[in-house]
Design a binder for this molecule. Sequence first.
Ligand code: PMP
Length: 430
Amino acid sequence: MYQYKRSSELFDEANKYIPGGVNSPVRAFKSVGGTPVFIEKAKGSILTDADGNEYIDYISSWGPMILGHAYPKVIEAIKEKVEDSTSFGAPTELEIDIAKLIVEMVPNIDKVRMVNSGTEACMSAIRVARGYTGRNKFIKFEGCYHGHADSFLIKAGSGASTFGVPNSPGVTPGTANDTLTARYNDIDNVKQLVAENKDEIAAIIIEPIAGNMGCVLPKKGFMEELRTLCDQEGILLIFDEVMNGFRLARGGAQEYLGIKADLVTFGKVIGGGMPVGAYAGPDEIMKVVSPLGPVYQAGTLSGNPIAMIAGYTLLKDLNENPQYFTELEEKTEYLHKGLDKVLAESGFDYKINRCGSMISVFFTDVDVLDFDTAATANNEKFPQFFHEMLKRGIYLPPSSFESYFLSNSLTYEMLDKTIQAAKESLEAMK
Ligand code: PMP
């Protein structure tokens, strides 16, 4: 039986010094209840907590650990690099190496600017789009999360949905005014917003495969229609690939879906587990970025050598081993089939959405296509399932508005163990 004695003590202590005891809200287990598990270390797909309990990890640090924790090549590269100092605030050759590699892997981009998080990447991409088009407004989709910059905290997904604060205090009405929200997968809704704000919209930003309302896939034709609409109206289409990038395929969602974006943002995998984000696009648009152009964007630690070597090493490995993406997709499909079987046997209402190595189980009887349908699964079943799985050594995302992220370090034995745990968990929930 799992004991959480040390985690519980640590959480009490953490609450004295850190708001809510955590440095990012979803970690507090607020939507599932109970004590958050404090992690001590991890190797491959196995997490070890402060009480010595072990778990099979389906979060992968929310994406970056696509080849497993403490991936030997990445760890070795960091160790070697760290001896040469941890930051210069001056250009390095390594920044050219990673930029070249990203431009080689990702379609339709000429230049890439490194930042320190997915939030910064998306915030900067919006600024570039505004600077380039000379327009102020942008459209985002309800349930999509693009980081915690003010202009995105309007009907955002992820933790913002879990906590029911889609419109966060601290975001001014002026800021909110320039953020228009549309229903994901509803092209008519987007067209209507565009018509009502003719020549005022700089960009449409979207998670091509959404992960922040659980995993939600674009309907056939939706992305194509968005692309056409943007072309017709002089709007930039921004793919927020913070989750999708270097996960769905070498070239991310653009390659996976065969759709061209005007700007792309990255985070997570791109940093190999270090704090990194990036935005990228063709020369024609990126030429507005400072110091080439007038759109200002900077960072004391941007291009940090330790972060760059971690990201570069991981991306290079993914680039040289395209079979990793196929293996990962096959493993996720195996899990999908296994979960589908035990869920069907359980008699509970459920839907499973999957794309590549992103997958979500929704306890609902409606197809999950957008935020409203995803929200029907935010019910009492989810926390029950979460805790039953946790007790059986399976670490799932602690919110129904999150996707699982698989890692290629998962073995078929681990997947079988997970499916068996799901069977027992569903039995226990009856
Ligand atoms: N965009 C997407 C699609 C994300 O999933 C996230 C984070 N989960 C972000 C942006 C923000 O990234 P970060 O947390 O690194 O600021």
